[in-house]
Ligand binder design. Structure first.
Ligand code: PAF
Length: 297
């Protein structure tokens, strides 16, 4: 197994970059560490499409709208390095805050066409501007050819596609499918903070999403009724507290909010977004609940 190179300074990055063969394609997997199979699947995808695979580990302060969440974010560098190495990642960039934010940790303001204001953006003010800022800075520093992101953070992928568009289409953004535990729970660095009982009940989030998909395939259901049933599934047992269930047109991310309208009567596929708390731990998941849109009746 080839040893992974840990790059901690911009000077070391320049040295590494200049050691690469001319024209080598760089696939990039940005992360905040505490890696799981979902991240490793991104590295494997990048491995299959590029000459060099580079990951980054940096817990970005400007995307945490809740300081307690930032403070509680798990760090596990030793294990992360082993995990990345085991799937053939060539190098990992672990920058200092001053490399990312030379003028201090403040988010820039990007024209995100409202993507930062709706859905998850409305629940976490400032979050997506923080994500856009760090990702844009990493793209500037590392100049990758392609960058890989998991669709669990579906709206984040849309935001990053917009950032790449603002950068003239560089790098190519590659969305990758959600990786789930056997019981359906979407993999997340936060799952390791769950108590055994919370962990047992956490898959109810995906159960509710699958229920929505199955229900919509057979019955015309208005949004209000579906949300009521999904809440019942998520909160059954009393270990999860629903924060939000939202729906949006899957491509444009236009929120679907009419409580009386049947969800299978929109002209485009529909994506559902759930956030719920298990104690202090905020969990999110998303699923395509209507695959192809219908003409309005
Ligand atoms: O998805 C994440 O882990 C983070 O939001 C990202 C893209 C690494 C930016 O900090």
């Amino acid at each position: 197994m080839k040893k992974i190179e840990q790059i901690t300074t911009l000077a070391d990055w320049q040295t590494f970059r200049s050691s690469l063969p001319k024209g080598a394609r760089i696939g990039f997997v940005p992360t905040m560490g505490a890696l799981h199979q979902g991240h490793l699947a991104l590295v494997e995808k990048a491995r299959s499409e590029n000459d060099v695979v580079l990951a980054s580990i940096y817990v970005n302060p400007t995307q945490f709208n809740n300081p307690a969440d930032f403070a509680a974010y798990p760090l596990d560098l030793e294990n992360d390095l082993h995990a990345l190495e085991s799937v053939g990642c060539d190098a990992v960039f672990t920058p200092q805050e001053s490399d990312i934010y030379p003028d201090g940790p403040v988010a820039r303001v990007y024209e995100l066409q409202g993507l930062d204001q709706c859905l998850e953006g409305a629940l976490r003010p400032g979050h997506f501007q923080g994500v856009a800022t760090v990702v844009d800075r990493l793209f500037d520093l590392l100049q990758p050819d392609a960058a890989y992101f998991g669709e669990k953070d579906y709206q984040q992928v849309k935001v990053i596609q917009r950032v790449a568009e603002l950068r003239g289409g560089q790098p190519r953004i590659v969305p990758c499918p959600i990786v789930r535990e056997k019981d359906g729970l979407a993999m997340s660095s936060r799952n390791r903070r769950l108590t055994p009982l919370q962990r047992e009940f956490a898959p109810q989030i995906f159960e509710a999403l699958r229920f929505a998909q199955e229900e919509l395939a057979v019955f015309p259901v208005p949004l209000k009724a579906l949300v009521r049933e999904m809440r019942g599934i998520i909160e059954a047992g009393g270990h999860l507290k629903l924060e939000d269930i939202s729906f949006a047109l899957a491509d444009s991310m236009t929120p679907v909010t009419d409580p009386e309208r049947y969800l299978d009567r929109y002209p485009e596929p529909i994506q559902c977004f759930v956030s719920a708390y298990a104690g202090e731990v905020r969990l999110i998941d998303t699923h395509r609940v209507v695959e192809s849109g219908h003409s309005p009746a």
